[in-house]
Design a protein around this ligand. Structure first.
Ligand code: HPA
Length: 234
């Protein structure tokens, strides 16, 4: 057991899918895993371990934002031996070719500063995805006939962002979408020699102001779970 994860050692698989929302962890475990067992409910941040096509998998909520994800990812890696961590979540589209429901596979994650920033001091580290996961996820997404984009994302600390100028620079530099967790996940994976990827559905669009209704989010979320699982065990 750790401070934030009530599981016993051995209850957590080496492969962990991390949705922001703990209820999404429950939904994904119930719909995609066999023999899913609840392994964590500390603070309501639900985690389940079960199997998919014979492979052991944990699905653990990360909460919203890099500080929250950082707590769970640190404990999963350092205390429970997680080796492959895939974020499954939503993002805001930033480019005209990125449409609602499309999937973004985050090759890099730009940020103003993650919880890891202080160790880098004046250095601007470039958080990036694991190539083997990225390649396998791109193949899995393309075989599903889903609009798929591979490129950079922006990991922001603010959902209700007052710095429109930063988003403008991100758009100008080809960043595909904005979310709130990826950069810290990629940085921790690099530090501890793990594999990480963020698979994101476009749930809203900063340029057009459109947003996906909640019933349609579930279908897109299911596609992401399948892409993440196929990539993890490719
Ligand atoms: N901003 C930040 N995070 C998000 C967004 C957004 O517009 N949409 C989904 N996650």
């Amino acid at each position: 057991m750790t401070i934030h994860i009530g599981a016993q050692k051995g209850d957590i698989a080496e492969t962990v899918l991390m949705p922001g929302d703990p209820y999404r962890a429950k939904w994904a475990a119930e719909n995609f895993l066999q023999d899913a067992q609840l392994v964590n409910e500390v603070r309501g941040m639900l985690g389940y371990t079960g199997s998919w096509n014979g492979h052991r998998v944990t699905i653990q909520g990360s909460g919203m934002g890099m500080p929250s994800l950082s707590i769970y990812a640190n404990e999963l890696i350092r205390d429970f031996g997680a080796k492959t961590l895939i974020r499954i979540g939503s993002c805001g589209g930033m480019q005209p070719q990125v449409k609602l429901r499309d999937v973004i596979l985050a090759m890099t994650a730009t940020t103003l500063g993650s919880p890891s920033q202080s160790i880098f001091k004046e250095l601007n580290f470039a958080p990036s995805a694991d190539w083997s996961l990225l390649q396998a996820a791109a193949q899995a997404a393309q075989s599903r006939d889903i609009g798929t984009h591979v490129g950079g994302i922006y990991s922001s600390d603010t959902f209700y962002d007052e710095r429109a100028d930063l988003s403008e620079q991100m758009v100008r530099h080809g960043i595909l979408g904005v979310e709130m967790e990826g950069a810290e996940l990629y940085t921790l994976a690099a530090r501890y020699q793990c594999r990480a990827l963020a698979v994101l559905t476009v749930s809203d669009h900063l340029g057009t102001g459109e947003a996906l209704p909640s019933d349609q989010r579930e279908r897109s979320f299911g596609d992401m779970v399948e892409i993440a699982l196929e990539a993890a065990f490719a």
